[in-house]
Design a protein around this ligand. Structure first.
Ligand code: PLP
Length: 421
């Protein structure tokens, strides 16, 4: 028997442990999801053996007749799903997709203008020790200090001050919809390119429940594994005029051989994201986030100095503001972990606490929607979270954990998998 449990029982046991962890709690990290079995199968396939540097029909290796068809299907499905003229499905990750976007659109040393990291931007949007901040001159815009929203006029002022070659839209921790048309206008006004990183909200765009950046942005990048629910990886969409530059920027500019098993899994995910079932799941995701925001704005929570940034959400996540609470982000994260709910602490704009502690919690609803949650279950989990945050460590944690356990049992995860091997 050459199965992993025979070959490497240590790793096999760890895989089983992780499966049980995912099954046994409520996953509310906004960037995570559960892939379907079909995606697991594609990723665990013999395609991992194949080198295929280059692009379909133009490879630097023989034996690509099957993987060429895989990549063509993935590209065609991505283009159809998002209404894009061009797709590149080779980026190994979101960060690598973004590295390729920079390389295709601008030169080292050029100025870029993105959402500040501590206001919800991503590392690859100009953080100092990320490649984006080291090789490019990174400037940032922040949210409005009163509304906590991204306001086009603030971006415009910053763009007029900093003369960027590239304006970046998209975010990692922001609960509202950006105005892509206004951002494109600003980019045109200052002669900048416009790139949107839709990693977080790509699933909603696919389902038609969030405006698409594709008609406005020169280039759109994304991950496949957040709301979109595919394998961990990235992809890029653009108008045909950028095709050559983006292709050479991904390979050989930033990567060697594409991960064909992951590209197959992306193809599966793009297919599924076009179905009515996926749209219905995204609707539950959004409804769940609204239910959660409502509960976290109730009096018992507010009385403890805890609020919801922007007073609600348009997307799959809620940003909890703990700046006026005795509980900091780390304590909030730990408290929810004790009752079986996984979230991550996050800085909020104008955060007085250091990032390692933070004054925010980012709580997402997409993984639970994949698990099958609907409004009734979101009401229950929202009340559990609201009660825990309002009462702190004094809450009856055993009782809250029992409520979480009941939800977990009612919605089994991967019932078709006995174990991971
Ligand atoms: N872009 C955004 C907006 C993200 O939130 C993330 C992930 O957190 C990434 C890119 C990076 O994706 P990856 O972790 O696959 O490199």
């Amino acid at each position: 028997n050459s199965s992993i449990s025979q070959v490497d029982p240590e790793i096999a046991a760890l895989l089983d442990g992780e499966l049980e962890r995912q099954r046994g709690g409520l996953e509310m990290i906004a960037s995570e999801n559960f892939v379907p079995k079909a995606v697991l199968q594609a990723q665990g396939s013999v395609l991992t053996n194949k080198y295929a540097e280059g692009y379909p029909g133009r490879r630097y290796y023989g034996g690509c007749e099957w993987v060429d068809q895989v990549e063509n299907l993935a590209r065609d499905r991505a283009k159809a799903l998002f209404g894009a003229e061009y797709a590149n499905v080779q980026p190994h990750s979101g960060a690598q997709a973004n590295a390729a976007v920079y390389q295709a659109l601008i030169k080292p040393g050029d100025t870029v203008l993105g959402l500040a990291l501590d206001h919800g931007g991503h590392l690859t949007h100009g953080m100092k020790i990320n490649f984006s901040g080291r090789f490019y001159h990174a400037e940032s815009y922040g949210v409005d200090p009163d509304t906590f929203r991204i306001e086009p006029e603030i971006i415009r002022q910053r763009a007029l001050e900093t003369h960027p070659a590239l304006i970046i839209g998209g975010w990692s921790a922001y609960p509202r919809i950006e105005d892509f048309a206004a951002m494109k206008e600003i980019a045109d006004e200052v002669g900048a390119k416009f790139w949107v990183d839709m990693a977080h909200f790509a699933g909603m765009v696919a389902a038609g429940l969030h405006p698409s950046p594709v008609p406005y942005a020169d280039v759109v990048s994304s991950t496949a594994h957040k709301t979109l629910g595919g394998p961990r990886s990235g992809f890029i969409l653009a108008r045909q005029e950028y095709a050559k530059k983006l292709n050479s920027s991904v390979f050989p500019g930033n990567q060697g051989g594409p991960l064909m098993h992951v590209i197959a899994a992306k193809a599966v995910a793009f297919k599924l994201a076009g179905t009515p079932e996926f749209k219905e799941r995204m609707e539950r995701t959004l409804e769940g986030a609204k239910i959660l925001a409502e509960r976290l704005m109730a009096k018992d929570v507010a009385d403890n100095g805890i609020t919801v940034l922007t007073g609600g959400t348009d997307v799959h996540l809620v940003m909890v503001d703990l700046r006026n609470s005795e509980m900091d982000g780390r304590q909030g994260e730990d408290l929810l972990a004790r009752i079986g709910i996984t979230v991550n602490r996050n800085t909020v704009p104008f955060d007085p606490r250091p990032a390692s502690v933070a004054s925010g919690l980012r709580i997402g609803t997409s993984a639970l929607a994949t698990r099958g949650f609907g409004p009734a279950q979101y009401e229950e989990v929202a009340d559990v979270i609201g009660t825990a945050l309002a009462q702190g460590p004094q809450a009856d944690l055993d009782a809250l954990k029992a409520r979480v356990d009941r939800l977990v049992e009612a919605f089994p995860l991967y019932p078709e998998l006995d174990q991971t091997h």
